[in-house]
Write a protein that binds this ligand. Structure first.
Ligand SMILES: Cc1cc2nc3c(=O)[nH]c(=O)nc-3n(C[C@H](O)[C@H](O)[C@H](O)COP(=O)(O)OP(=O)(O)OC[C@H]3O[C@@H](n4cnc5c(N)ncnc54)[C@H](O)[C@@H]3O)c2cc1C
Length: 299
């Protein structure tokens, strides 16, 4: 959606077919150790290299929590192209290839609660980005980055909801196979509620398609983050005590052997954080929908 909205025809031609065919994997280089909810505090820099024949950018800095960086072909990086610029001014949105000569990009996996490592620390040390891969023009990165987040929180979740539907189906199957759970009217009530809320989320995500309601993506994010977390809790409630035990014997070599529902439960702890935390979404809704006074932000 971001390249459709802000990309040049050449960028769309180069990147979108491979995205549609699932041939190139992307990761998101936004968060930094000092810039999470407060994304405008980004410190990674991208400066034009006068010695480079194409005038390429050199990207230097550290990103963190970068999902799938270890397997990605490209990273979209929010970086400061105007030295000394402040907050959201002077930022640019650059498409950076992950395959670079040794040492220019280092990816260090971070081990998660699930025992797996979906996200990483990423260190850029003069990584090269072609000037033709700047999206939205120099200094306009904030606008591009915000539009991307709106898509991530809203319309992109339409695809994610197919996965939610499958997970809910698996929880229902578990419930039907577990006699003590199947007899429990409270669990039945929670299952029906999850089912109904999933329908509501779908209609809400469809509302974001037009892109005219600035708060709709934040409402969508609040809905699906909490919904998925509750689904994880429900899956464990259906399992009962068996949910605390792994499907296979524990061993030193494979300490975390979890089945799909246990993994879902543990991973869903992060649903109210990534893509912008619940607190941040509530602030956006308070300011843009309810018209409450703006929060004082860092200078
Ligand atoms: C599983 C996972 C995958 C991720 N993948 C990516 C990725 O691919 N790329 C990427 O760039 N980032 C990624 N992130 C990072 C994610 O975007 C950040 O974790 C998130 O924006 C919160 O930032 P933070 O972790 O720095 O927490 P902080 O911003 O330090 O927030 C800590 C707590 O304080 C609260 N808080 C902060 N500021 C305010 C405020 N003004 N008002 C009220 N409460 C506030 C937050 O809500 C939160 O509860 C991922 C995170 C997770 C958990």
């Amino acid at each position: 959606p971001t390249l459709l909205a802000h990309g040049t025809p050449a960028q769309r031609d180069r990147f979108l077919p491979a995205v549609a065919r699932g041939e190139e994997i992307w990761c998101q280089g936004y968060s930094e150790p000092g810039a999470g909810s407060d994304l405008a505090a980004v410190r990674t820099t991208a400066v034009r290299d006068p010695g480079d024949p194409t005038g390429a950018y050199r990207v230097t800095g550290q990103k963190i929590w970068t999902s799938h960086a270890h397997e990605a072909d490209w990273c979209f990086v929010l970086a400061r192209t105007e030295p000394g610029s402040h907050r959201h001014r002077g930022l640019s949105f650059l498409l950076v290839p992950m395959d670079q000569p040794d040492g220019r990009i280092e990816v260090r996996p971070i081990r998660q609660l699930t025992g797996t490592s979906e996200f990483n620390e990423v260190f850029f040390d003069g990584a090269r980005a072609h000037p033709g891969h700047l999206v939205g023009g120099e200094g306009n990165g904030w606008r591009v980055a915000m539009d991307l987040l709106a898509a991530e929180r809203g319309v992109s979740t339409l695809a994610q909801q197919i996965g939610f539907e499958e997970e809910l189906g698996e929880v229902v199957r578990q419930w039907a196979r577990t006699p003590s759970a199947a007899r429990d009217p409270l669990l039945r009530d929670r299952l029906v509620r999850q089912w109904a809320e999933l329908r509501t989320m779908r209609w809400n995500a469809l509302r974001t398609l037009g892109g005219s309601d600035p708060a709709a993506p934040s409402v969508a994010k609040l809905l699906w983050g909490g919904w998925h977390q509750r689904l994880g809790e429900l899956a464990m409630a259906v399992r009962g005590a068996a949910g605390t035990v792994g499907p296979e014997e524990w061993s030193e070599q494979r300490p975390y052997r979890l089945d799909a529902l246990q993994r879902m439960f543990l991973f869903s702890r992060a649903d109210t954080v990534y893509g912008g935390s619940d607190e941040i979404q509530r602030t956006i809704i308070a300011e843009r929908v309810l018209g409450l006074p703006r929060e004082a932000r860092g200078q």
